[in-house]
Design a protein around this ligand. Structure first.
Ligand code: PMP
Length: 352
């Protein structure tokens, strides 16, 4: 940190992204990426646009938003797109909290939420998960601030039902309720059908997980027009060209083959169910998950130690050194072959 950094950022603790090491080829089960490549046609579409990279991209993302609107049966004015859902989450904290409006989110959830709050001088009010790591909707009724909930939650993988989220929307009519559906395509109920009814609902989605485009950085949000206009205002006050032309084209091409993406989600779900069963056979306690990862611990081993032993053997997982979850490992669901490698290594470690 230099002596020039503004006082307002002196105590800011940045988010730590999952490691992307380059020293060797790992079985990479640490950042919830898809194990499958992007849909047919995506690479070609992005390549065609790369040849016109001397020109700025469309700041409106018109074609992409129209494709998303058609896919989700809404209008272009209900769709916002930006540089990964992280970008949109950041904008939402900026737009809908602060200046006396606190931000509520589960105490164990996506690690970026408290960082956005700190970045924008927003008072963070973490709400403890229940002992079983579930979210109690009753804790979110009648609050006086912005609410952000990941559904399914990360790193637990546990999900609320649409009806439970609707109870939260109803009980907070004067504040935005952001539902982060980064992992919803792996089996949880989406809140999108509630958008028409609730003008305080903001659903945030991403192409990073279920569409295999994490490296392209494409997130989108669906809400009523007013909320989308607010997000546009923030985007046009920071970087109007936040989705580059290759990525816009990639997104459109990916949506044209959403059958391929859906099939990959089915494969991930099938592998996940097998993985959870195998983990339990090995003595792990695994939380019930509807995401493309599983949060599990092995009684008698330390999460950090197990993470290290797996990494030594070429398997990357994610460990969070935080209260209540330090025993756990978050394991992304890869291909069946990748999970086979994981289990070979786990047996080796646990038998030693
Ligand atoms: N929300 C949650 C809950 C996540 O786990 C992630 C992935 N780190 C994101 C949002 C951000 O995803 P992206 O910026 O790649 O769209």
């Amino acid at each position: 940190m230099s002596r020039y950094l503004s006082d307002k950022y002196q105590s800011l603790e940045a988010y730590t992204p999952g490691e992307q090491p380059r020293d060797m080829r790992y079985v990479k089960l640490n950042t919830n990426e898809s194990p499958y490549p992007p849909a047919p046609g995506v690479v070609e579409a992005a390549g065609r646009e790369a040849q016109r990279a001397q020109l700025y991209c469309d700041p409106v993302c018109a074609e992409l938003r129209d494709a998303l609107a058609a896919r989700y049966d809404v209008k272009r004015a209900n769709v916002f797109a930006s540089n990964g859902s992280d970008d949109i989450l950041n904008f939402a904290f900026m737009a809908f909290a602060g200046a006396g409006v606190p931000a509520y989110f589960p105490d164990i959830s996506y690690g970026f939420y408290p960082v956005y709050a700190a970045l924008h001088g927003i008072e963070a009010r973490p709400v403890p998960l229940k002992d079983d790591f579930s979210i109690d909707p009753a804790d979110y009724l009648g609050l006086d601030g912005f609410i952000a909930i990941a559904n399914p939650n990360a790193p637990t993988g546990m999900a609320l039902t649409r009806a439970q989220i609707e109870s939260i929307l109803k009980a907070n009519p004067n504040h935005v309720v952001l539902i982060d559906e980064a992992y919803v395509d792996f089996g949880a109920q989406s809140c999108l059908p509630l958008v028409a009814q609730y003008d305080n609902l903001l659903v945030v989605r991403t192409f990073s997980k279920s569409r295999g485009l994490a490296g392209a950085r494409l997130g989108f949000a669906i809400a009523q027009e007013g909320i989308i206009a607010d997000l546009e205002r923030i985007k046009y006050s920071t970087n109007p060209y936040s989705v580059n032309r290759m990525t816009q084209a990639a997104g459109i091409a990916s949506l044209a083959r959403d059958d391929y993406n859906a099939e990959n989600c089915r494969r991930v779900i099938a592998t996940r169910e097998r993985t959870v069963a195998r983990l339990r056979e090995l003595g792990f306690e695994a939380l019930p998950t509807l995401a493309n990862f599983v949060f599990a611990r092995h009684p008698g081993t330390d999460g950090g130690w197990l993470y290290g032993e797996l990494k030594k053997r070429g398997v990357l997982t994610r460990h969070f050194d935080a209260p209540r979850i330090a025993d756990y490992l978050r394991i992304t669901i890869g291909t069946d072959d990748e999970m086979d490698v994981l289990f070979v290594k786990l047996r080796e470690i646990l038998e030693a």
